[in-house]
Write a protein that binds this ligand. Structure first.
Ligand SMILES: [Zn+2]
Length: 120
């Protein structure tokens, strides 16, 4: 963790970042866990994704906890592998959505992020 160039990670690397708060919600410093898990935008997307997968949403606060859940979920390996792919795809879309907001000033909503994932 910490390799994603979030505002907090960039500041720790010596980049002149004035504001390290999340550009989407402004509630916390922006780090990897916030972007992918704790941000209300991400949390709403995870709600929709687990509902879409017809799986009760587990409690997780970190990427490690999410991965730990999906790596042991269910009894069918193929379905588990599909869920793992979905989760990594969602994390990629969350990161891309964050970057589109910061770099291209694009705004989105959790249902739109979820529909982006469903198309791929
Ligand atoms: Zn946020």
């Amino acid at each position: 963790m910490g390799r994603i160039p979030s505002n907090l990670a960039l500041k720790r690397r010596g980049v002149a970042i004035i504001n390290t708060s999340c550009p989407q919600c402004h509630l916390e410093n922006e780090d990897t866990e916030h972007i992918l898990i704790r941000c209300p935008v991400a949390s709403n997307v995870w709600d929709l994704i687990f509902k879409w997968c017809n799986i009760p949403k587990p409690q997780f606060q970190t990427v490690g906890e999410l991965i730990g859940f999906v790596k042991t979920w269910g009894i069918r390996r193929r379905r588990r592998n599909n869920l793992i792919c979905v989760c990594f795809g969602v994390m990629w879309i969350l990161w891309k959505t964050r970057c589109d907001g910061v770099l291209k000033n694009k705004r989105t909503s959790p249902p739109l992020v979820k529909s982006t994932k469903a198309k791929h």
